[in-house]
Design a protein around this ligand. Structure first.
Ligand code: AHR
Length: 738
């Protein structure tokens, strides 16, 4: 078991004097460098023994004392529809409000070309799920004009060079049979067109390229230039539109253009001077969808850059589908999984508690495919009869349909395709093989349920799940009475100082009883994504969880994603401090993302006992506890909090020791490291370091890789060495132990 010792100067001083007297020079590092002993590259080396008290902290790794196994499932992901995480984020769909249900009275996020009129029409439904359509009325179109509709996506539509986009929609016409012109166009006034030879036009280098050579008006002459506010980047024609609902699909392929996001999708018709165009023509649309290439080329799939950022973290599980998103504000706004599967045109969609519409195009099967693509397991949270605005279902017969729904959901994920109803449905939906599933969580944050119904609700779910699926591990969202859950989910959203202050919390936690799933946590410093202070708090906390991963078997940071396009109120972010940021075109990992990735990809399978002396500390005044802004109880006294955090794991196959050290101070910190219980450690090893000059240094769309880890070979390691850890840094040393 880990022993945590905060400054024990007396003990260490006495030990130093004793060892000095014995001439044990290799055990205690001194402050003056010398060439006498091989040292690590940034070392301060031990020198001659003296009688002075050693000034630098000591970390001891007891390589012969394995205290526990590192949970192989420790590092996972948590996600939900928040901050435009799926629609406007991970989900590949580029059209916003594709089903026209985001607002009951207006076709929000849709615009018109010229004299076109649009309205929502509930009298022309596509089906019972998509029971409203967009009516495009062209009766006021003027001759030689284009009419049509446009959509600007989620703060832009990203368009890349030499790329094929898949456009589909349902449409029907009245007094209109086509053709429709569809395509992607660039908007903005950046397109300076120069007449280069008097007969054709082309764009300035580095701006957009015109598709084909368009003849300019002769009278312009050579060398003329003008600004255009629209450029077609890709287009296609749909020759005929039926008078009944029909699905239309085309591909749109771009040329050698510059990647941009200032683009829109258009669907238009041209009213030529000579062509017949009925005065009362109308066209109705539903489910207008535009997909770019997706990760693993999945239909209805995910955005590749975000998937790659996640894949690089090597996550072991995905807690889905929330969070608040599981519960909804009201019971009829919960994540109702049966309404999120099958053909996307049969999914009605629902309002999310984060105040925007979800088409549910990203439904249960899409979550499961996401897991499969990243080789992680779903950790399935089932709706447990409680919604955020305190609506709840009484345990007993009233709750039974919800319990059955959860059992059927588990069957959908894991059931045999030939022997079970919901397994067969999964096969019909495209996935005959069952998905792996070991963890089911009942509800979310049920400590908010002040009615006290969770004990009863949890027991009812727990008993039913265990009866049918005895091998499943069932997670409670708060401690319960009556039955003993396999896990309890704990959530920690904290400041940097709070995370550091609780960084030894689990060292002394009792090992009996349920295991712990830290299903949501984050150091909330930095907006929209955490800065280096956040990463340092996270790393201190991850040392704690990893060091105690015999108890904390699962952890997932939250929230995972934020669309950073519009940070104003009511914009693209509902919750600041999110791991990964993006706009329509590009994405980046925050310093916290890199800290998380460092931890999840650098650890052994066994935990080693560690010890420390003389660790630096700092004074911290905890804030008063408040409720609704009003201070509660007595103000807590000041605390002495460590400024250095650490843990050590070892790979039992290769022998590699992973020593993690977090220095939260603004100055570099020399540390004397001793590896005991082992014959030798190679002088050469590896150091992976994430550091910053300032606590508020961060990454952003503009500077996506300002703070990233650097891995380098280091020399001078051994069973004891001194290494200086940079200011504001997270270091993982890989020591090759024999
Ligand atoms: O992660 C954001 C929210 O925080 C989650 O939806 C909820 O579970 C928690 O309160």
């Amino acid at each position: 078991m880990h022993i945590s010792l905060f400054p024990r100067t007396d003990l260490f001083a006495r030990l130093g004097l004793l060892l000095a007297a014995l001439g044990a020079t290799s055990l205690l590092a001194q402050t003056e460098p010398t060439n006498a002993v091989p040292v690590a590259s940034t070392n301060i080396a031990p020198t001659e023994p003296t009688n002075t008290v050693p000034a630098i902290p000591m970390l001891q790794v007891k390589a012969d004392q394995v205290t526990a196994k590192v949970s192989p499932m420790l590092y996972g992901l948590m996600t939900e529809e928040i901050n435009y995480s799926y629609e406007g984020g991970l989900y590949g769909e580029l059209v916003r409000n594709r089903t026209f249900k985001a607002n009951p009275t207006n076709a929000v996020f849709w615009d018109t070309i010229n004299d076109t009129k649009i309205s929502l029409d509930t009298n022309m439904p596509l089906n019972a799920a998509l029971n409203v359509s967009l009516k495009m009325d062209t009766s006021e179109a003027t001759k030689n004009h284009t009419v049509g509709i446009v959509n600007n996506g989620y703060w832009g539509i990203p368009v890349l060079p030499n790329t094929t986009y898949h456009l589909s929609f349902y449409a029907k016409g009245e007094n209109f049979s086509g053709p429709l012109e569809v395509g992607l166009e660039h908007i903005g006034s950046t397109n300076v067109i120069k007449i280069t030879d008097g007969s054709t036009i082309s764009l300035d280098t580095n701006t957009m390229q015109v598709l084909g050579n368009t003849a300019p008006p002769k009278e312009w002459g050579a060398g003329a230039a003008y600004m255009a506010d629209r450029w077609q980047l890709a287009g296609a024609e749909i020759p005929k539109i039926s008078k009944d609902w029909q699905k239309y699909e085309v591909t749109l392929t771009t040329g050698n253009i510059k990647p941009t996001k200032n683009n829109q999708l258009f669907i238009s018709a041209y009213k030529g001077g000579s062509s017949f165009w009925h005065r009362h023509s109308s066209i109705w649309f539903q489910q207008v969808s535009l997909f770019p290439p997706t990760f693993n080329n999945r239909a209805n799939g995910n955005r590749p850059d975000l998937m790659q950022l996640l894949a690089d973290m090597n996550p072991k599980f995905l807690r889905l589908p929330g969070g608040n998103y599981l519960e909804g504000d009201y019971i009829n706004e919960r994540f109702d999984w049966k309404k999120t599967i099958g053909d996307i045109s049969q999914r009605p969609g629902h309002r999310s508690p984060w105040n925007y519409w979800s088409t549910d195009g990203f439904g249960l099967m899409e979550y499961l495919n996401w897991c499969e693509d990243l080789r992680m397991e779903p950790l399935l949270a089932v709706f447990a009869g409680y919604a955020l605005k305190h609506d709840y279902i009484k345990p007993g017969p009233d709750l039974e349909p919800y319990v059955q729904d959860a059992l059927e959901e588990i069957e959908y994920v894991t059931g045999d395709a030939r022997a079970t109803k919901w397994g067969a449905q999964r096969a019909k939906d495209g996935h005959p093989e069952p998905f792996p599933l070991h963890y089911v969580e009942v509800g979310n944050e049920d400590w908010f349920d002040r009615s006290g119904s969770y004990d009863g609700r949890f027991a009812q779910f727990f008993n039913a799940i265990k009866a049918k699926y005895p091998d499943l591990q069932v997670i409670a969202t708060t401690p319960v009475k009556g039955v003993t859950p396999d896990f309890v989910d704990e959530h920690y959203y904290r400041s940097q100082e709070q995370m550091e202050a609780q960084s030894h919390m689990y060292d002394t936690r009792k090992r009996e009883g349920p295991k712990i799933f830290v299903g949501e946590w984050a150091t909330r410093v930095g907006r929209p994504t955490p800065n280096m202070a956040g990463a340092l708090g996270d790393a201190a906390w991850m040392c704690c969880m990893e060091r105690n991963s015999d108890l904390v078997l699962l952890e997932s940071y939250a929230p995972l994603f934020v669309n950073v396009s519009d940070l104003s109120r009511g914009g693209s972010m509902q919750w600041p401090s999110d791991l990964i940021g993006y706009d329509a075109l590009t994405s980046y990992g925050s310093p916290s993302y890199y800290a998380q990735k460092m931890f999840s990809t650098h650890h052994g399978d066994t935990l080693l006992a560690t010890d420390s002396q003389n660790l630096p500390t700092h004074a911290w005044q905890p804030p008063a506890r408040t409720r609704n802004g009003v201070p509660q109880g007595e103000r807590p006294g000041p605390q002495e909090v460590p400024s250095l955090f650490y843990d050590a794991t070892r790979d039992s196959q290769s022998g590699t020791i992973y020593l993690k050290v977090v220095n939260r101070q603004g100055t570099a910190q020399p540390v004397y490291v001793q590896i005991s219980g082992i014959s030798a450690v190679e002088a050469q090893g590896t150091a992976t370091v994430l550091k910053a000059d300032k606590l508020d240094d961060t990454n952003s769309i503009q500077e996506p890789v300002k703070i990233v880890p650097v891995t380098e070979a280091v020399d001078g390691l051994g069973t004891d060495f001194t290494r200086t850890f940079p200011a504001y840094s997270i270091t993982i040393l890989e020591l090759k132990a024999k």
